[in-house]
Ligand binder design. Structure first.
Ligand code: ATP
Ligand code: MG
Length: 413
C-alpha cells in the first residue's frame, strides 16, 4: 500500500478528523491488491457533498446524475463521494430512479455497506482504511481478488438490466486484469447483449475509449466478439467478426504496441481502421460512376461516420482525424513534385502513412509505394526535393480501370 497517493491520505485524514467515516474505495484498492499501479484514487465517505465542500477549500461539486466532490491538488484530483444506498423501499424518494429495470438516477445516500453493495463487481467494492490499515469487505471481494475472479454483486441478470454498460465492464476488467469470470456473471452476457441498444451513444464512446485505448485492444476485441457485444457497438462492419480484416487486427495490435512503447495513440486511427472497408467499398462504387477518388472518399467517409455515430458517438476531433487519414490515401499515389512534399509536411501525414502501411497487409500491390514513402521521410529535405522530381508521374500502382475523366489540378489544400 506504499503506492497510495499522499493527497488521498490527506483527504481521508481530514474527513476522519472531522468525525466522518472515510475510506479509499473501488478500482484503486483492487489494483493495489493485484499489483497494478492505480490510475486514480477515490474516497467514499459518510460526509455529504456540502459537508465535503465545507471541509476543503480546494473542493468542487460536480455531477447531476451522481453528485460528488473533486478535491484538487495541483494536477491530481481526488474524487470524494458520499456513501450511496440502494434506496430499496423508499417510496417517494426521488434520488434513485429505476425505469423498467434501468437505473437512471442514483443519488440516495446510504450506509457504508449499502455503498459497497450498489457497486458492480465484488473486486470493485473493497474499501481500505489507512488509519487502521484494514480492508473493509462487505461483499466477499477480497477472496475474489485472491482467486482472480470477476463476480457481479447480487443477481447478475438484475444488475446487467439495471445498467447494461456493466456487460462491457465485465469484459474490460476480465481482459485488462486477466481475471476469470465467475459462471453466473459470464453466463447471461451473450443473451443480454442487445440491452446495449438503449445506452446513449456518448456513454458508449466513453466506454470504448477504456476498452480500446488502455493497452489491451486486441484481446478485448476478441472477447467482445465472443460475448456477442461487438455487433452491438459496431453493427454490420465485418462479415465474420471472429476473423476481422487483417488491417483491423493489425490496427488493434499496433495500438497496443504503441501504448506499450509510450507512443501516442488516438481513437481516430482505430475508427479509421474499423470503418475503412465500408468506406473503401462505397467510395470505389462512386468512382465507378465517375466521381473523382478524393470526392468519393469524402462522401463515403462522411456517410460511414454518420451511420456509426447512431451507435457510438465519436467526438468530432476524432472523426476529423479518421477522415484526414482516409482522404490522404489517394494522395499517396501522387509522389511527383511539390504535392508530395506538401503531403509530407501535413499534420496528419504520419498517421495516414501508418495507415498506408496497414493497408499493405491486404493490398500487397501497395508495398512498393509504401516503401517509397518510408524512404523519402528518412532523407533530408534537399534530397527529398530531388527524390520527388525523379518519382514516377502517375501512381505506379496498377489500376483495374481507366479513369473516366481527368481530375483538375488539386487546388484546395
Ligand atoms: P478503472 O481503473 O478502469 O478506472 P474503476 O474500477 O476505477 O476502474 P470507474 O469507472 O473509475 O472504474 O468507477 C469507479 C468505481 O465506481 C468502480 O470501482 C465501481 O465500484 C463503481 N462503478 C463504476 N461504474 C459502475 C457501474 N456501472 N455500476 C456500479 N458501480 C460502478
Ligand atoms: Mg477509476
Amino acid at each position: 500500500m506504499r503506492l497510495i497517493s499522499a493527497n488521498a491520505l490527506k483527504v481521508i485524514e481530514r474527513l476522519q478528523g472531522a468525525g466522518f467515516a472515510a475510506y479509499l474505495v473501488g478500482g484503486c484498492i483492487r489494483d493495489l491488491l493485484l499489483g497494478v499501479r492505480p490510475k486514480d484514487f477515490d474516497v467514499a465517505t459518510s460526509a455529504t457533498p456540502d459537508e465535503i465542500r465545507d471541509l476543503f477549500r480546494n473542493a468542487r461539486l460536480i455531477g447531476r446524475r451522481f453528485r460528488l466532490a473533486h478535491v484538487r491538488f495541483g494536477r491530481e484530483i481526488i474524487e470524494v463521494a458520499t456513501f450511496r444506498g440502494s434506496g430499496n423501499g423508499d417510496s417517494g424518494e426521488e434520488g434513485r430512479v429505476v425505469e423498467r429495470g434501468r437505473l437512471t438516477r442514483d443519488n440516495v445516500f446510504g450506509s457504508e455497506a449499502e455503498d459497497a453493495w450498489r457497486r458492480d463487481f465484488t473486486i470493485n467494492a473493497l474499501m481500505y482504511d489507512p488509519a487502521t490499515e484494514t480492508i473493509r469487505d462487505h461483499v466477499d471481494g477480497y477472496e475474489d481478488v485472491r482467486e482472480r475472479r470477476l463476480r457481479l454483486i447480487g443477481d447478475p441478470r438484475t444488475r446487467y438490466r439495471e445498467d447494461p454498460v456493466r456487460l462491457l465492464r465485465a469484459v474490460r476488467f476480465m481482459v485488462k486484469l486477466d481475471l476469470t469470470m465467475e459462471p453466473d456473471t459470464a453466463g447471461p452476457i451473450v443473451a443480454m447483449a442487445p440491452l446495449l441498444e438503449g445506452i446513449p451513444p456518448a456513454r458508449l464512446f466513453d466506454e470504448i475509449l477504456k476498452l480500446f485505448m488502455t493497452g489491451h485492444a486486441w484481446p478485448t476485441y476478441q472477447a467482445l466478439v465472443r460475448e456477442a457485444l461487438w455487433p452491438q457497438l459496431f453493427p454490420g462492419l465485418f462479415e465474420n467478426p471472429a476473423e476481422p480484416p487483417k488491417l483491423v487486427e493489425n490496427a488493434l495490435l499496433n495500438t497496443d504496441q504503441r501504448g506499450a512503447e509510450g507512443l501516442p495513440v488516438t481513437p481516430g486511427f482505430l475508427f479509421a481502421a474499423f470503418l475503412w472497408h465500408r468506406v473503401h467499398a462505397a467510395a470505389e462504387a462512386m468512382v465507378e460512376e465517375g466521381m473523382p477518388p478524393v470526392d468519393a472518399l469524402a462522401a463515403a467517409g462522411e456517410e460511414a461516420i454518420v451511420a456509426q455515430a447512431r451507435k457510438v458517438a465519436l467526438h468530432r476531433r476524432f472523426s476529423t482525424i479518421a477522415k484526414e487519414i482516409w482522404f490522404m490515401q489517394p494522395r499517396f499515389r501522387k509522389r511527383r513534385g511539390k504535392r508530395a512534399l506538401r503531403l509530407i509536411n501535413e499534420r496528419r501525414f504520419r498517421a495516414a502513412y501508418d495507415f498506408l502501411l496497414l493497408r499493405v497487409y491486404e493490398e500487397p500491390e501497395l508495398a512498393e509505394l509504401a516503401q517509397w514513402w518510408t524512404d523519402v521521410q528518412e532523407i533530408d529535405p534537399e534530397d527529398q526535393a530531388k527524390r520527388v522530381q525523379a518519382a514516377p508521374r502517375e501512381d505506379g500502382v496498377k489500376r483495374r480501370r481507366r479513369r473516366p475523366r481527368r481530375r483538375k489540378a488539386a487546388g484546395a489544400t
